[in-house]
Design a protein around this ligand. Structure first.
Ligand SMILES: Nc1ncnc2c1ncn2[C@@H]1O[C@H](COP(=O)(O)OP(=O)(O)OP(=O)(O)O)[C@@H](O)[C@H]1O
Ligand SMILES: [Mg+2]
Length: 237
C-alpha cells in the first residue's frame, strides 16, 4: 500500500540542511528533499503547538530562483488564494522568506487506487473538488495520486498547485485574454479526463454521454501533443 504519513515524516539531519530553520522550531520534519532547482524542498515545522508545511526554493541556483521559481511560487500561491475555503484545498498561510510559502499541515495519507475504486464517497469528493476548481476558473493540471492526501476524518485534499492555470489571473506578463480562455478550455478537458479516469477505477462507473465526449476529446488532444513532439524531434534531426 502506498502511504505517506505526514506526522511520521523522516526526520533529517536538520542542522546540515536548514541550519536557520532548525533552531527556530520545536519540531521539524522533511517531507520532500529537492534534487533540482525547479523542485521545492518541502518541510513541516511546528512552533508553539502549531504546524505548517513550507514549500521552499531557496536552494535553487540564483538565476532560476529569481526567475522560474518566482513564477512557480506566484502561480501556486495565486491558485491557493483563489481556492481558499474549498473543502479539498489546504489553508494558505502566507509567504515564507523570499523563496517559499507556508500552508496548513495536513495529517493524512496518500489514498491508494484500491481505496478510490472501493469508496464512492472518495470518488465523489474528487469529482466535486475538480468541478469546483473549474467553476472558479482554475485547472490543477497535475492530478495524480501523489498530489492527493486523505486525512483521518476521510476528507480528501488536493495539493501541489505549482502547475495550476487561472483563466482570469492578473499576472503582469500573461497571454491575451482570448488565448487564456482557449488554453483554459483545453486544460480543463485534460483535467476533467484525468478525474474521470480515476472514477473509472470503480467497475460500477458508467461515463455519461458528456463524460465520454470529454474522454474522446482528451484522447485527440494527446494525439495532437504526440504529433507535436514527433515533429520537434524530427526538426532537431
Ligand atoms: N499541505 C501539506 N500537508 C502535508 N503534506 C504536504 C503538504 N503539501 C505537500 N506535502 C507533502 O510534500 C510532498 C511534496 O509536495 P508537492 O507535491 O506540493 O511538491 P512537488 O510534487 O515537488 O511539487 P512541485 O512540482 O511544485 O515541486 C507531497 O507529496 C506531500 O507528501
Ligand atoms: Mg507533487
Amino acid at each position: 500500500m502506498q502511504s505517506q504519513k505526514v506526522t511520521s515524516a523522516r526526520s533529517i539531519s536538520l542542522n546540515k540542511a536548514f541550519p536557520s530553520a532548525a533552531n527556530r522550531y520545536d519540531h521539524y520534519a522533511t517531507l520532500q528533499r529537492s534534487n533540482s532547482s525547479l523542485k521545492a524542498n518541502v518541510f513541516c515545522v511546528t512552533r508553539n503547538g502549531r504546524s505548517m508545511v513550507v514549500k521552499d526554493y531557496s536552494h535553487a541556483r540564483p538565476l532560476i530562483r529569481y526567475t522560474l521559481c518566482k513564477v512557480l511560487i506566484y502561480r501556486e500561491t495565486a491558485a491557493l488564494k483563489k481556492l481558499q475555503g474549498f473543502d479539498a484545498v489546504p489553508e494558505f498561510y502566507g509567504r515564507y522568506g523570499q523563496h517559499g510559502f507556508s500552508m496548513q499541515a495536513l495529517c493524512g495519507e496518500q489514498p491508494t487506487r484500491e481505496l478510490l475504486a472501493d469508496q464512492a464517497s472518495l470518488r465523489e469528493q474528487l469529482r466535486n473538488a475538480v468541478n469546483s476548481f473549474h467553476a472558479a476558473g482554475v485547472t490543477h493540471n497535475d492530478l495524480r495520486m501523489a498530489n492527493m492526501l486523505l486525512d483521518k476524518q476521510g476528507q480528501l485534499f488536493i495539493i501541489d498547485y505549482a502547475s495550476a492555470f487561472q483563466r482570469d489571473s492578473d499576472e503582469k506578463i500573461s497571454f491575451p485574454k482570448p488565448l487564456k480562455h482557449l488554453l483554459f478550455r483545453i486544460l480543463r478537458i485534460s483535467d476533467h479526463a484525468k478525474m474521470l479516469r480515476f472514477l473509472q477505477l470503480s467497475t460500477s462507473f458508467k461515463a455519461s454521454h458528456k463524460e465520454q465526449q470529454v474522454l474522446n476529446r482528451a484522447k485527440r488532444l494527446h494525439r495532437l501533443a504526440d504529433c507535436w513532439k514527433t515533429l520537434r524531434r524530427m526538426a532537431k534531426g
